[in-house]
Design a protein around this ligand. Structure first.
Ligand code: ZL4
Ligand code: CA
Ligand code: ZN
Length: 392
């Protein structure tokens, strides 16, 4: 029996939730798959279960220029700050990869970027100060952004900035990425250090699927003198992987990484585009399986930062992140098909029509599973071999 305080939260276990309604109001433009209002949907669901009462809630702030400069270049930040919505395409320095259909320049862009980054930095600091056991920023997780380049809907890499904060206190940070896309920006940022191990599980077809990197043999810098060698773990998968395979693979590989690398903090990017039925994704992972990855990380009892990421079917994103919030705080009401309607939020959300039941998500697209068990076992064998070279 866990001892609870007055509002029913376990004593001595702190979860902090970092969000800001300002972030949710931005629009990437007509028909763009990235919809910041999915965060409003997730927040509504989290609050209608009353989960906010079980967390320390913080309204996040903009990251300062100095904080953003910890990773990003001066010239890139200058441009990001002044970029005009209607800038003629020829006026945009092509190197920054801004203004195309993936990374459009929209109203309030710099505000949006510095807000989601500020939330991840604050969350990381809560963990550093031992003020939180788990810190959550669902608006973060934008893993493709580079030092001086936007990429794949990501402009500022809040994950890199948060890990840099954690490294001030923590000798070793394990980064885990369950977004359906390869976490290339984070991998690249820590490519040459042995203080961060990156692990990304993703769809990979060696060709078309964005960003086109993340094969099994991409394990770190070639040179053996480079401390970062072997510290990048990549798990490439084909379409249609199901819960059973995904969760087994996740626990096996994360378990091995934790044993070899002995991280003192973990950052888990919970991109919800790995769920079945996602507009851009290709997997058949359910809310339950996705959540099991969070439960497993929590069970390791290592300070944990949870960030969002992709997720392009908003009602599924909200279901998953609400469920994962409930796992963090240690209540498990969210798998109940009946959503509580006793809060004021009921007036703003008609949950019964917006949110599918879990069975409906489960039905998903019903993609055929192109991942034979033999392939999964080969991946595990290859990562086992790779980790023999990791010493801490
Ligand atoms: C869209 O409908 O694979 C953008 C992007 C905008 C609106 C109308 C414009 C139509 C799908 C995607 C033209 C769209 C052309 N609109 C997009 C190579 C590409 C060049 C751009 O989850 N076209 C690029 C990026 C990926 C590419 C995925 C995942 C982020 C994350 C973390 C980023 N880019 C081909 C695509 C649409 C759009 C419809 C789109 N873009 C799908 N996949 C991509 O890992 C947050
Ligand atoms: Ca991934
Ligand atoms: Zn993604």
């Amino acid at each position: 029996q866990i001892e609870k305080n007055g509002i029913g939260r376990p004593k001595g276990y702190n979860v902090s939730w970092h969000s800001n309604p300002d972030i949710e109001k931005h629009h990437f433009g007509h028909a763009h798959p990235m919809k910041p209002w999915r965060l409003t949907l997730a927040k509504g669901l989290i609050m209608s279960y009353g989960m906010h009462a079980a967390m320390d809630t913080f309204v996040s702030r903009q990251a300062t220029r100095e904080e953003l400069e910890d990773f990003h270049s001066d010239e890139y930040l200058d441009y990001l700050k002044t970029a005009k919505v209607a800038a003629p395409i020829d006026d945009i320095p092509v190197d920054f990869n801004l203004g195309g259909s993936d990374c459009p320049i929209f109203e309030g862009l710099f505000n949006y970027c510095s807000m989601y980054a500020g939330a991840s930095i604050d969350a990381a600091r809560k963990l550093c100060n031992n003020e939180s056991d788990i810190a959550i920023n669902w608006s973060g997780g934008l893993h493709h952004a580079k030092k001086a380049e936007a990429s794949g809907f990501c402009y500022v890499n809040d994950i890199v900035l948060a890990i840099l904060q954690l490294l001030r206190k923590h000798p070793r940070v394990l980064y885990i990425d369950i977004d359906v896309h390869h976490g290339d920006g984070v991998e690249e940022a820590f490519w040459s250090t042995d203080r961060v191990m990156t692990l990304s599980i993703h769809k990979y077809d060696g060709l078309n699927f964005f960003p086109g990197t993340g094969d099994l043999d991409r394990t770190g810098p070639d040179s053996e003198e480079n401390p970062g060698a072997h510290h990048a773990v990549n798990v490439p998968l084909a379409d249609g992987i199901d819960d059973e395979q995904y969760v087994w693979l996740f626990k096996t590989i994360v378990g091995m990484c934790v044993e070899r690398f002995q991280p003192t903090a973990i950052v888990l990017q919970c991109g919800a585009d790995s769920l079945a039925g996602d507009r851009l994704g290709r997997f058949n992972v359910q809310v339950q399986g996705h959540g099991s990855c969070v439960s497993y990380c929590k069970s390791l009892n290592i300070p944990l930062l949870l960030v969002g990421g992709g997720g392009y079917t908003p009602r599924n994103v909200a279901r998953a992140w609400a469920h994962e919030t409930s796992i963090a705080i240690g209540c498990d009401a969210t798998l109940d098909p009946i959503i509580p309607m006793h809060t004021p939020y009921r007036q703003h959300f008609r949950y019964d029509t917006i949110f599918p039941t879990l069975e409906q998500i489960l039905a998903g697209e019903n993609r055929p599973n192109r991942n034979p068990d033999k392939k999964i076992r080969e991946i595990i064998a290859s990562v086992t071999e790779q980790l023999r070279f990791v010493n801490c």
